[in-house]
Design a protein around this ligand. Sequence first.
Ligand code: 5GP
Length: 184
Amino acid sequence: MKNKLIVLSGPSGVGKGTIVNRLLQKGNFALSVSCTTRAPREGEVDGVSYFFISKQKFADMIEEGGFLEYSNHFENFYGTPKKFVEDRLKEKDVILEIEVDGALQIKKAHPEALLIMILPPDENELRSRLIKRGSESQEKIESRIKRMDYELSKKQFYDYTVINDDLSAAVAEIESIIKKSKSN
Ligand code: 5GP
């Protein structure tokens, strides 16, 4: 059975990271490590969380065709390194945790990729959580909400949507979607 590209997206705060960690613990999956031009946050490790690279290096990689997809998001670039993913695909299914524009590029180039969008049980609740979060400026909060609405507006292009109401149930549902897609 051929190994698959599995793309997981969803608005900020929906619990993608936790779901991905559960899948990695349970299943026979590899995780794509993206390149980004943003600065590392506290606790993030180069080569594990991301490959943190300069804008120049990112531009060089675009030029060399080094990305499966890339996008500009909140003033930084993010991209999926082609060779890294292709190497891992030889062994395992590979999970990409990326935003919608990149996900749709993947689908265009690799129609066999499986696109799953994680949704909150209640969009309004997530919206108010984003508003309350931390001490961010009004402008930042508004851009986050706008981004959330944008991501949700693309859900019809995904193969599946999964509501993260109960973590274990969401993980089980994703596992079963992957299993089914591999037996087709
Ligand atoms: P953060 O800066 O919070 O780590 O990530 C911001 C957004 O970038 C998230 O929605 C994340 O899924 C997305 N992202 C991370 N890596 C990639 C990538 O390689 N390509 C694309 N298109 N988006 C990515």
